[in-house]
Design a protein around this ligand. Sequence first.
Ligand SMILES: Nc1ncnc2c1ncn2[C@@H]1O[C@H](COP(=O)(O)OP(=O)(O)OP(=O)(O)O)[C@@H](O)[C@H]1O
Length: 239
Amino acid sequence: MIEVRDVSMRFRLTDDKIMSLKEFVTRKLSGKLKINEFWALKRASFDVYKGEVMGIIGHNGAGKSTILKVISGILKPTEGSVTSHGNIVPMLELGSGFDMDLTGHENIFLNGAILGYSEEFLQSKYDEIVAFSELGQFIEVPIRNYSSGMLARLAFSIATVVNPEILIVDEILSVGDADFQEKSRKRMLELMSGGTTVLFVSHSLQQIREMCDRVVWLEHGEVQMVGATKELCDAYEQS
Ligand SMILES: Nc1ncnc2c1ncn2[C@@H]1O[C@H](COP(=O)(O)OP(=O)(O)OP(=O)(O)O)[C@@H](O)[C@H]1O
């Protein structure tokens, strides 16, 4: 269902603080621009099968969020390829696809449109989304006033209103209060039992052990191991 083949991702960084485009061009032309290359992913390959829940673990900076962005199509890999079959719903950085100046209500239509849902569809699902988000009257308030937990609730409610074929989740289950975490965990389990393929990053090994069929372990941008959850989490904990 998802084939990740020899994916490498290079970021180019400059140490210098450049204040304008003019300065950038002058420095570049005069050869004074120092650019460092950084490979956030190095020849990563793995498969995610239809209907399985795949966890991604690894220490800070291992490349977990980067691989999710590449699979979601947000970043184009420098080398390698990703093939996927089915519509992908990514829930990545909190608030991506949201406009902070708009209300929760307006953002349901904005974010929903970005995810590819029609206005009529969103209209028909609006009450359900608001009810699931538990935002109540806050739905009419600009979201810049929301806490990160409230934003996560809104994002999760919009993204899971339909059963996506592939759901990509970055740490979202660790945001919000315990009750909502439990509710979103149940919704994820429901989606999984309905055949949705899920790819998710979590720093909580307990969550990974509980929810995943298989796990990819990334370290410094490289795939360290791919395997069954228990075996892999045991190895990771011992490392
Ligand atoms: N847009 C970018 N430009 C430059 N470097 C980046 C960019 N995005 C990520 N990186 C770097 O790539 C590396 C991998 O980042 P990534 O966010 O994928 O790691 P992660 O495993 O998700 O980390 P964490 O667990 O801390 O969230 C990091 O060193 C990060 O600083």
